[in-house]
Write a protein that binds this ligand. Sequence first.
Ligand code: ATP
Ligand code: MG
Length: 278
Amino acid sequence: MIKFDSVTYVYPTGARALSDVSVEVGKGELVALMGENGAGKTTFIKHLNGLLKPTSGRVYVDGKDTRTLSVAQLSRIVGVVFQNAEDMFFLPTVEEEVAFSLRNLGFSEDVVQKRIDWALKFMELEVYKKRSPFLLSGGEKKRLALAIILAWNPQVIAMDEPTVGQDSMQKEKLKEMIKQLSLQGRTVIISTHDVEFVAELRPRVILMSRGKIVADGDADTILTDGELLRSCSILMPQVAATMSRLTDLGFNAKVISVEEAVRSIVKRLMEIEHTRRA
Ligand SMILES: Nc1ncnc2c1ncn2[C@@H]1O[C@H](COP(=O)(O)OP(=O)(O)OP(=O)(O)O)[C@@H](O)[C@H]1O
Ligand SMILES: [Mg+2]
C-alpha cells in the first residue's frame, strides 16, 4: 500500500529529516512509528499524502508515485490527522467542518449527511454538532479531526501523535477504534512517543532515529529491547521494565502486556510450588 524507496528529505533550511529510508507497509497493516524528538516521524507522515515530496528517492501510495499526484488526489487514499488538529478548522460548526471535505470530494448531499452522522457518532461528538470547533476541548478537537478523515473513508489513515492530550478513557477508546479500523482492513499508521499505548496496541513498530529506520519488527520484540530503546531515547513500557528485572528469578522477561506478565508470573510460581512439593 505504501512504499518508500531510498527516500531522503532535506528541508529548505538544510535539515536532513529523512535519510535513505526504504520501507513497505502492506494493506491492512497496523504500524507505530516511534523515535526521539526530531527523528523524522512527522516528515515521514507528510510524505504519505504528498504534503512533502522526496528530495531524492520515491514514495509510492497504492502503486502510484506521489510526485505525479496532488495532495487532493492523495488525500482520497490517505487521510492524515496532524498533531495540531486546530489548524484544520475554519468553519462555524463541527457539522460543517465534516461536511466541507465530503462535499469537496464530490459526495451527494444525502451521503454527506449520513457520513456526518456516522462519523460524529463514532467519535462521540454528536452533541457538539452545532458548536464551533474552536470551543471544543483539546482532546475533542483531535477527535473531530479524526472524524473528518474517517467520514471520507480513506484506505490509509495516518495519525501524528494521536494520544497527546487524551485522557485515559479517551485513549482506551482510541485504542479500540484503531483496532477496529485495522480489523476492517484499513492501513493505519500512527506516530507516537507513548510506549504504554503501543504496548497495548501491539502493532508492527518502525523505530526511527535521526532520519533513519533503526529497527522494524513486532512490538513485543522492539519494546523489550532495552538497549535499542535507550539509543532512541525511549523508555521500556513499565510492565516490560519490571519483568526484565525479574529475569534472574526465572520469569519470562520479553513481555509487554499486563495479561501476559500475570500469566508468566503465575506459571513461574506454579513451577516453583511444584518443585518445592516434589
Ligand atoms: N519545517 C521545517 N523546516 C526545517 N526543518 C524542519 C522542519 N520540520 C522539521 N524539521 C527538522 O527535521 C527533523 C525531523 O523533524 P520531524 O518533525 O519529522 O521529527 P519528529 O520525529 O516528528 O519529532 P517530534 O517527536 O518532536 O514530533 C528535525 O531535525 C527538525 O528540526
Ligand atoms: Mg512530530
